[in-house]
Design a protein around this ligand. Sequence first.
Ligand SMILES: Cc1ncc(COP(=O)(O)O)c(C=O)c1O
Ligand SMILES: N[C@@H](CCCC[NH3+])C(=O)O
Length: 438
Amino acid sequence: MQADADTTAYETSVPECVPSICDAVTRTLDGVDLRRLAEQVPTPFYAYSVQAIRTRIASLQNAFRGLDVRICYAVKANSNLAILQLIAQHGVGADIVSHGEMQRSLKAGIPAERIVFSGVGKTADEIDTALVAGVWRFNVESADELHLLQRVAQSRGVCARAAVRINPDVDARTHAKISTGKAENKFGVSIDEARRWFAESASLDHVQLDGLHAHIGSQILDLEPFRTALQRVEAFRRELVEAGHPVASVDIGGGLGVVYRRGIDTPVDIADYASLVRETFAGFKGTLAVEPGRWLVAEAGVLVTRAIRVKQGADRHFLVVDAAMNDLLRPSLYEAWHEIVPLHGRDEANVAYDVVGPVCETGDTFAQRRVMPRCEAGDVLMIEGAGAYGASMGSTYNSRPLPPEVLLDDGRYAIIRRRQTLAEMMAGEQFPQAWHDT
Ligand SMILES: Cc1ncc(COP(=O)(O)O)c(C=O)c1O
Ligand SMILES: N[C@@H](CCCC[NH3+])C(=O)O
């Protein structure tokens, strides 16, 4: 294959000055040589740096030091039990959106009293099991859910702690599919509606409605939307207190963005974010909660893949790798950028590749016309920024088993999910045993 002489029309290569999470010379992540790892673990696989996650947790805890704040990790970002255990070991709680996420969190050692339950579609069964488990709070997203919570709590003879999820109608300036705080989004309720809930809360004798919650979206790279949303929440809190409704907790959600495109993405500085929270809620004497997902784990993880072949198209060089959209959906779903770094270490000329997987969809594309050193079959590459919403959004589409996940810590590795077997993938399916009339 010819190297492209002029790549200016193509996607730019990674600026040299911006370091990768993986050491550029040794190709190690958390002291583990990824190429050697790829000889021991079948590709594609996810690898996560314990050190990187610990550093993020510590940064967040430091930024909020002195405040009464509970960090509740958004489990959906990466729900592997080992990741949740790491989270639990640092005293971090969980933000869950399903019974499954609750079970995982409890199993990993996150105490129920550090769990908040969000989501627009909680069922009666989910509410019931969460009440029995004793979760800290329900972030309630509709009047119907509020009344369901009352009924379920009544039937259990308990009182449920609840916060109303406010939809502050703020544009988070992120991808439309992951924006959650605009009036047209399905999440939360307007301040007008929340005001009515508090006015009528005395009639709900099995719900203690004394919390506020807001989460305006994900991968937010700008402090201003947070400022606007939090100011609206705080103004409403003051109004409630004046009206005689004490507010014990304010949960400010997650949403902090990370670097996917090195040298281009400029995330909010965590100290600035914490200062904003301190200033906005300076007059609040209750408990704050924050629900970061992506920020804690995204940049700690890579998807390691191997080139299957190089294919020459009519006007494209296709680099076909063994990872696919079922393993990492973000590029297909959001046209998300992820850095792709060949780890072969050879001094090769640059080529503009369409990096594609084996799945039978044109959307199974990780990058188009991405400029990178020439690769050949068998080369190992890493796809960066894969620690959040990677494995947790995986599927078995095209009957591809779920990939392994590996934890890296100071030169050693541990398998935290082995590759799914074909038998496991087909488990639960059966040929019709009997036909039933409804
Ligand atoms: C209610 C809630 N909290 C927290 C999060 C975590 O978001 P992020 O991973 O962007 O921090 C989400 C997902 O956007 C969410 O829906
Ligand atoms: N899955 C999304 C984030 C969704 C956030 C959940 N509310 C992503 O990969 O960016």
